[in-house]
Design a protein around this ligand. Structure first.
Ligand code: C2E
Ligand code: MG
Ligand code: MG
Length: 347
């Protein structure tokens, strides 16, 4: 092998050994603890001529690793460079964007799979920028989360979401996504509560979704922020369950009202017995703990039959409706109600 390839292989192998060593469970004070590490490599002089440049590029490789290849070592490549460029472009545009007019929401119904009634709507952030066009939420949220821009985004979107709620039937709730940084201080959590109070929407109609990774960053802080939110009368929900560590201790030690099973389990729930068992055990766990469980990513009626048989009630996914603009919500709700009533009459 040419020396460069040998060097790359050596780095990858060393990196993988470090990651493997880190992922070994170990005992602390009688408990089993687990860690994982992802490594970004960049070598001088290939990846840059200055320490700062090499470091930034190692960080870029790390980012790419964390996004799709957690627990592995990733070596910087020019493809990562393209990503960095795109990232800094998006950051620049976000900084100068007129968030109030460029951000808007789409809403996706959460329904009862048995009665087919709508029980709530999840607000999903959308950004249309004059220069970049539509930017996917996964991209702009991730980038905004690296800076405090996300705080402003959350505020703008929360105001917009709350403004829609009075147009919905009183039994429907709003589910709203938060980022880790939104609950990273008590003052921030307080700000969210104040926005809900000022809107006049009864707090019990508002549910805040937070992912497990957001909670794991600073568990104690997350717990105190979520507790404040709960005490204000809002609900809290654990989003994308099953994609992170899925540690049952979070479910137990944080004041969740509901758990949302990540949509990745739906893809093969009707053909893969492992997925089916996982969904079933999360549904059972929720039932035992008295939590609501929302099955995400329901696309086909065959998946609906399977999850219904497993005991699911709340579901969300393209089968009921893709996310829609706010103007389409009332039409959808009327049609869905008529359909569930026809269902009732038939059964
Ligand atoms: P999420 O909170 O888990 O939202 C559900 C995502 O699944 C949405 O993607 C939705 O369009 C998509 N989805 C719903 N049903 C189906 C289905 O049947 N099949 C498939 N394949 N996909 C389905 P979206 O809107 O692209 O949002 C992606 C993620 O971005 C969200 O995942 C959430 O984590 C984040 N996000 C979106 N809006 C916001 C926001 O306002 N604030 C924050 N912090 N994060 C947001
Ligand atoms: Mg969500
Ligand atoms: Mg989700």
């Amino acid at each position: 092998l040419p020396s460069r390839s040998r060097f790359v292989l050596g780095q990858l192998e060393l990196g993988q050994r470090i990651c493997d060593a880190l992922s070994q469970p170990y005992r602390v004070a009688g408990n089993i603890a687990e860690l994982s590490g992802t490594i970004g490599w960049a070598a001088f002089p290939d990846a840059g001529n200055t320490v700062t440049q090499v470091f930034e590029r190692a960080d870029a490789a790390l980012y790419v690793g964390k996004e799709g290849r957690r627990g592995t070592a990733v070596i910087f490549s020019t493809e990562h460079e393209t990503r960095i460029r795109r990232s800094s472009l998006v950051t620049q545009e976000l900084r100068h964007a007129e968030l109030e007019s460029e951000l808007f929401l789409e809403f996706q119904p959460i329904s009862d799979v048995v009665t087919r009634r709508t029980i709530g709507l999840e607000a999903l952030g959308r950004w249309h920028n004059p220069r970049l066009g539509a930017v996917k939420p996964e991209e702009f949220i991730r980038i905004a989360e690296r800076t405090e821009i996300i705080l402003r985004i959350t505020e703008v979107l929360l105001h917009k979401a709350l403004a829609e709620v009075p147009h919905w039937p009183a039994e429907l709730y709003l589910s709203f996504n938060l980022s880790a940084i939104d609950i990273s201080t008590s003052a921030r959590a307080r700000r969210l509560i104040d926005i809900v109070s000022a809107s006049g929407v009864p707090p019990h109609r508002v549910s805040f979704e937070i992912t497990e990774t957001a909670v794991t960053r600073d568990f104690e802080q997350a717990r105190s922020a979520l507790t404040m939110i709960k005490q204000a009368g809002c609900r809290v929900s654990l989003d994308d369950f099953g994609t992170g560590y899925s540690s049952l201790s979070y479910v137990h030690r944080l004041p969740f009202d509901s758990i949302k099973i990540d949509r990745s389990f739906m893809t093969d729930v009707d053909s893969n017995s492992a997925s089916k068992k996982i969904v079933k055990s999360v549904l059972d766990l929720c039932k035992n703990l008295g939590l609501e469980c929302v099955v995400e990513g329901l696309e086909t009626s065959s998946q609906a039959e399977v999850v219904k048989a497993l005991g699911a009630r709340a579901v969300q996914g393209y089968l009921f409706s893709p996310p829609m603009r706010s103007g389409a919500v009332s039409g959808y709700l009327q049609a869905a109600l008529a359909q569930s009533q026809a269902n009732d009459a038939a059964s």
